[in-house]
Design a protein around this ligand. Structure first.
Ligand code: NAG
Ligand code: NAG
Length: 213
């Protein structure tokens, strides 16, 4: 009885170990709905989109938990739905350490046909302790203007990345707690990017299937 009560007290805290994308500007996050794919319950794209380089740009988030399986996806279009988040910007990995996690340049596959002014949404997904994902999205407009460094990109002390574990989350929310085969947890290579770009639908389906294996 006592132990159960204690467990129930702890559960909400574990389930809402949320995080937030700090660059590009996110849609906002709500700890009550952050487990809803694809954008943590924030279903309306931001009216002001961050301009982001066509070849890829900076991304930072504040980790709310000292260890979480994480991945970054991209969906093209003005208002993508959950099955659209098929382009891998950062394949699943285990984020270690609290605080700021920043990449100077996350590369966008080069042959997606993206043009200056095209809109897209970046999705960061982290595994929650309940087994499902926690989601946060940032809306962007691609620009061919030279990249300006938007802000200092510095990782928090002790922040690092390791190979994803078996509870890595999926982009769509389906098949959560998909075991990560060690082979699929490696960083996406150029060849993989080309494959995703070469047949977005097919590769996307394969990507989702890979999460489920
Ligand atoms: C991108 O989104 C903005 C609104 O944020 C819209 O005005 C613009 O027309 C969109 N661009 C394209 C190519 O649809
Ligand atoms: C932050 O850490 C990650 C994981 O080790 C690394 O990929 C990234 O390049 C680092 N960011 C900077 C700005 O050094």
């Amino acid at each position: 009885m006592h132990a159960t009560a204690l467990l129930l007290t702890l559960l909400p805290a574990l389930a809402t170990a949320h995080f937030s994308v700090t660059y590009p500007t996110d849609r906002g996050s709500n700890s009550q709905t952050q487990a809803d794919s694809p954008c943590g319950g924030k279903n309306t794209p931001s009216s002001t989109r961050t301009k982001w380089p066509i070849a890829g740009g900076q991304l930072s988030f504040e980790a709310g938990h000292d260890e979480a399986n994480t991945a970054v996806y991209l969906a093209l279009g003005n208002n993508p739905v959950k099955d659209d988040f098929k382009i891998i910007l950062k394949d699943k990995f285990l984020q270690i350490g609290l605080g700021t996690f920043c990449w100077n340049e996350l590369t966008v596959p080069g042959d997606l046909g993206i043009k200056n002014g095209d809109n897209a949404t970046i999705q960061v997904v982290q595994a929650g302790h309940s087994g499902g994902g926690l989601y946060n999205c940032a809306d962007i407009t691609f620009t061919d203007a030279p990249m300006r460094i938007a802000q200092a990109c510095v990782n928090g002390t002790g922040v690092s990345a390791q190979e994803a574990t078996t509870s890595a989350p999926s982009a769509s929310g389906s098949g959560s707690a998909a075991p990560a085969a060690t082979t699929s947890a490696k960083p996406s290579s150029a060849a993989e990017s080309v494959r995703v770009a070469g047949g977005a639908l097919l590769a996307g389906a394969v990507g989702v299937a890979a999460w489920l294996l």
